[in-house]
Design a protein around this ligand. Structure first.
Ligand SMILES: [Zn+2]
Length: 95
């Protein structure tokens, strides 16, 4: 790997998926396991399935807010989160 400076870009799906997981799954108390390992596994599995949307870090916050209002995007993410939760609950990687 060639060391590189951190890119000033952000995949806005990361904060959106993370917030939606918190609101719709963690706070709802419907998870079989709330450990950090399962949480990270669900988030990475979901982020691998949802197409990334990159923006500059400066424009980030407004762009995230705008996308977050997109109901089609919300339902796509919720569907992928639900699938990922099911996969990780059936095959947890925690010890
Ligand atoms: Zn766990």
């Amino acid at each position: 790997m060639i060391p590189s400076r951190e890119l000033p870009v952000l995949n806005v799906m990361e904060p959106i998926v993370s917030h939606m997981f918190e609101d719709h799954f963690e706070k709802a108390g419907i998870l079989k396991c709330g450990c950090e390992k399962c949480r990270v596994d669900v988030l990475s599995l979901t982020l691998n399935r949802v197409p990334p949307r990159y923006t500059s870090t400066q424009a980030g916050e407004a762009f995230v807010k705008a996308l977050y209002q997109d109901s089609q995007l919300q339902s796509d993410i919720l569907r992928e989160l639900a699938k990922a939760v099911q996969v990780i609950e059936e095959h947890p990687n925690h010890s």
